[in-house]
Design a protein around this ligand. Structure first.
Ligand code: ZN
Length: 98
């Protein structure tokens, strides 16, 4: 496992080597996420999609980060956000480990 500086709650699911591409699949391991509008936590997943983060050259290879991002239902009836996307991390900039 390379030492990635991942935000808390993210986990490297798998690493694939395809030619000169190093694909790192990252998933969130937190059971719930907070609505950005009302701050109420929800663990009811609506859906998820895969987001491709920036390609980073690393030791002659191109590193591609695949981040699985989940959408949650907001359970707060007073909240305008019925569905929200869990907090997306900043794009990891220090992938090479420094
Ligand atoms: Zn909400």
């Amino acid at each position: 496992m390379p030492s990635l500086s991942l935000p808390e709650g993210l986990h490297v699911e798998r690493i694939e080597l395809k030619g000169d591409l190093l694909i790192i699949a990252i998933v969130s391991v937190l059971p719930s996420s907070c609505c950005p509008r009302c701050s109420q936590a929800s663990s009811q997943v609506h859906s998820w999609y895969q987001r491709r983060l920036r390609d980073v050259p690393c030791a002659g290879r191109r590193v591609v980060l695949h981040l699985s991002v989940r959408k949650f239902f907001c359970r707060n009836p007073d909240c305008a956000h019925k569905i929200f996307t869990e907090n997306e991390p900043e794009s990891p900039r220090d992938l090479s480990g420094g």
